[in-house]
Design a binder for this molecule. Structure first.
Ligand code: ATP
Ligand code: MG
Length: 405
């Protein structure tokens, strides 16, 4: 079908006034960004809906991307025609034929904002319905629960027809909830936490700790590539790589083994917090899940969280591993997450970390370090990049990039 536009219905838009304008403005911006390589497309944000005018671009090509944009409840590919009955009937028939399967029920659902138009909604429902009956066999009406609803809108400028309502991603447009730092490892959990944060409208910036030469370039590239998968939900994501080698080596040398991990995590959180302040973020997100491993007992979280009063939000805290994996598969990060590149925590992980670390002890051991100097040097070494959807960072032997190696 040659659809001419896509009609987008807003999600959870219960708020009014300024918030509503912000919601719509952000959504329009985010949609524009994910469709940036279709320069002919125009986006018109109206009070009740967003219109994506295709100007010749194919609906199929943009469908996969729209599905990922948070803040969209549903959307419908639509055809605009002149307000002449025979035009309307002709397009109605081809739309129906496109999506009809034997045995389906249907109804025509007309709305009219142009009250000067020669037919009213009841007349149009009947006229178009009769036309479809005459030109299709096997058609049954069901006005309550039709399998296919042919929507016809008569507006001032033209008539608009559609017969599909596609489920959007729901949630809130990324950015409407403000900015936060996301602690992204290369594992399964933090990408899922990232997705959930974005779903609620949070603009996340990835903070990733790497420890060369203990961690490889591949481990860093993997975190970047995970970010590029997640960028499809946001349009783009800022990625901050924080060098962590000196901190880890110092901790390893000066802190008793049972507290290595707790002190390391405290330093990570302190760094995330400093970046958060510097970049005007409002919160820190991570991928901790209660009880999953030693660093994730409540006692451990308490001993780590001690370094900041900034809200630390853990979207997957109460999910089971199997639930997290299911989400990881759905959002497209699982396969990458299970690639076996060591991250900095695994390498310095003590064989027997304390599962019930004591707050005072953690503070005490940390005091033996030049914390301020360590933090400052790590911050001086950060590398900030912007990552776009679908960017590749790892070698992909099955793509043409391999020939360049
Ligand atoms: P994940 O699957 O997200 O790696 P995990 O179950 O492996 O989590 P940990 O390795 O203890 O658990 O990490 C817990 C959380 O700490 C991660 O979800 C992430 O938010 C943060 N984190 C761990 N390592 C790093 C890192 N190298 N850079 C940034 N954040 C990290
Ligand atoms: Mg991990």
């Amino acid at each position: 079908m040659d659809y001419t536009e896509v009609m987008v219905r807003y999600g959870e838009l219960s708020t009014k006034g300024k918030n509503r304008r912000d919601f719509i403005g952000r959504l329009a911006g985010n949609v524009t960004r994910v469709l940036r390589d279709f320069p002919q497309i125009e986006i018109k944000a109206k009070h009740d809906r967003l219109h994506i005018i295709l100007n010749g671009a194919s609906f199929k090509a943009i469908d996969q991307r729209l599905k990922l944009v948070f803040g969209i409840q549903t959307y419908s590919p639509t055809i605009k025609v002149t307000k002449e009955l025979d035009q309307i009937e002709k397009i109605a028939l081809s739309l129906m034929k496109e999506n009809f399967q034997s045995g389906m029920t249907f109804k025509v659902n007309t709305r009219r904002s142009d009250h000067q138009f020669q037919y009213d909604t009841n007349q149009l429902n009947k006229l178009v319905g009769d036309y479809l009956f005459d030109h299709m066999s096997d058609l049954k009406v069901d006005v309550k629960h039709p399998d296919l609803a042919l929507r016809l809108e008569i507006r001032k400028d033209a008539a608009y027809l559609s017969n599909q309502t596609i489920e959007g991603a729901g949630g809130m447009p990324v950015g409407t909830a403000g900015k936060a730092m996301m602690m992204l490892s290369g594992g399964i959990d933090s990408p899922v936490a990232s997705y959930l944060a974005m779903k609620r409208g949070v603009e996340i910036q990835m903070v990733h700790f790497f420890s060369p030469p203990y961690t490889t370039q591949k481990a860093l590239d993997k975190a970047k590539e995970l970010t590029s998968v997640l960028a499809a939900y946001a349009g783009k994501i800022t990625f901050i790589a924080v060098p962590f080698t000196e901190i880890q080596e110092t901790i390893k040398e000066k802190v008793p083994e049972g507290y290595l991990m707790t002190v390391q995590r405290r330093m990570m959180l302190e760094l995330a917090d400093l970046l958060c302040q510097k970049r005007h973020g409002l919160a820190i997100f991570n991928g901790k899940s209660v009880g999953q491993v030693a660093s994730q007992t409540l006692a451990s979280m308490r001993a780590i969280n001690d370094v900041t009063t900034t809200p630390v939000i853990r979207p997957v805290a109460a999910l089971d591993k199997t639930e997290i994996i299911k989400l990881a598969e759905k959002i497209g990060t699982f396969e990458l997450s299970i690639e076996p590149f060591e991250d900095c925590c695994t390498i310095f992980a003590p064989p027997h970390p304390k599962t019930q670390p004591r707050l005072n002890q953690a503070r005490q051991f940390e005091k033996q370090l030049d914390v301020a100097g360590l933090l400052e040097r790590a911050l001086n070494g950060v590398q900030v990049t912007t990552i776009l959807p679908g960017e590749k960072f790892l070698d992909h032997p099955d793509t043409e990039d391999a020939s360049l190696l």
